[in-house]
Design a protein. Structure first.
Length: 225
């Protein structure tokens, strides 16, 4: 029985491979720069942006391998289903960029080159316009207030009296025991009244909590908690 090695790479040319990988690389790099430019939060990750570029090229490679073969597509799904990712995505827009580079990689890998270029440019322009004009921004700015109080006695009511005086609205978010039960940490979301600032709120709460720690986080929707 003769032993033969069959190379299936002939189903696409070297030119197809070069164009698909180069185009997916260039478009993924463009998307990565758009992500970096429009990133607002403090948790910018260089490795995440590099992963976007790698993912775009990898998807293009996968689409070249799969081609129009349904059996290969199902085999690939089964093989990739064993992969588990444990890193939490801190922003929902990060998921959108992942799907964007995946779509670009799929278009380049299936040799829809014009579609890949036009779609990438159009979606990146939409992202830049939303960033430039700050679409869908809420005008209401809220703060997170963390107050540590002794567990014994009625210290919660004086804290709420201060919040009533300094805020137009507040809501209790959580209450937990810390330091082995020596203190209780209470968390509120608040909206400061006009003419009041975070420093005044901290000072007023410090007088009512027996010198315990008071923390006010402003603009918490832009901060990773």
């Amino acid at each position: 029985m003769p032993f033969e090695v069959q190379d299936l790479s002939g189903t696409f040319s070297v030119g197809d491979i070069a164009i698909s990988l180069t185009l997916s690389f260039a478009l993924s790099v463009m998307i990565g720069y758009v992500y970096r430019f429009t990133h607002r939060n403090i948790s910018y990750s260089q490795s995440y942006v590099q992963t976007l570029v790698i993912l775009g090229m990898l998807i293009a490679l996968i689409m070249l391998v799969v081609g129009s073969n349904i059996a290969r597509a199902f085999a690939l799904v089964g093989a990739l289903s064993v992969v588990r990712f444990r890193n939490a995505i801190k922003e929902t827009r990060d998921v959108g960029f992942i799907f964007l580079v995946m779509g670009v990689g799929m278009a380049a890998g299936t040799r829809f080159y014009t579609l890949a270029v036009v779609a990438s440019i159009a979606i990146c322009l939409v992202i830049l316009v939303m960033y430039r004009f700050n679409w869908f921004a809420a005008n209401v700015q809220r703060q997170v207030v963390k107050v540590q109080i002794p567990p014994d006695g009625d210290h919660l009511e004086p804290v709420q009296d201060v919040l009533i005086a300094h805020t137009s609205e507040f809501e209790l978010v959580s209450m937990e025991s810390i330091r082995g039960g020596a203190l209780t940490e209470v968390m509120y979301t608040v909206r400061l009244r006009k003419g009041h600032d975070a420093a005044g709120l901290v000072a007023a709460l410090g007088e009512r909590t027996g010198g315990q720690r008071v923390t006010v986080l402003t603009g918490y929707d832009q901060t990773d908690l």
